[in-house]
Design a protein around this ligand. Structure first.
Ligand code: DQA
Length: 153
């Protein structure tokens, strides 16, 4: 069982994930961001039952780094974060994640280890409790499962 009556979970998508579905579908697939979010919402009751807690999901996407950083600092119990290109480039995001007390799982749709060299390095992963990548959209549910597992006593 959990210490919390209700867990507030942030699902945060970074830059360019607003155009999921039309953006390089050979890499990211044809599902749109709203399909991804709806898919997670549909699993909420099942996850609540499995983990024996109440879950609230907040979905957030931004192409603006400052807005993204600000969102992470709100009082979440945990987060699933796809920092997108900022994964590989943003020292500011890495510094934020190092400086706040946020338990998060980093997720990626594509298998970043098999892609260009710059994508193989994550500046943010070392601050995560775990990383899931390469499963397409199911990376998110897998990451969420791992996050909830770690939040439950
Ligand atoms: C991504 C991988 C990143 O390299 C890329 O910049 C993205 C998406 C993924 O989910 O596979 O925008 O994070």
């Amino acid at each position: 069982m959990t210490n919390h009556k209700k867990l507030k979970i942030l699902i945060a998508n970074g830059v360019n994930l607003d155009i999921l579905g039309s953006r390089q579908p050979e890499i990211y697939g044809f599902q749109q961001l709203k399909d991804l979010e709806n898919g997670l919402s549909e699993r909420r009751l099942e996850l609540q039952k499995f983990f024996g807690c109440e879950l609230e999901f907040e979905f957030f996407q931004s192409n603006h780094e400052g807005a993204f950083l600000d969102e992470l600092s709100k009082p979440w119990d945990g987060a699933v974060i796809n920092p997108a290109a900022w994964t590989h480039t943003s020292l500011a995001l890495a510094d934020r994640l190092a400086g706040i007390d946020l338990k998060f799982v980093e997720v990626h749709i594509s298998n970043i280890s098999r892609r260009e060299e710059i994508r193989q390095k994550s500046l943010t992963a070392k601050h995560a409790i775990g990383v899931v990548y390469g499963f397409g959209i199911p990376s998110y549910i897998t990451g969420l499962f791992g996050l909830l597992e770690s939040l439950i006593d």
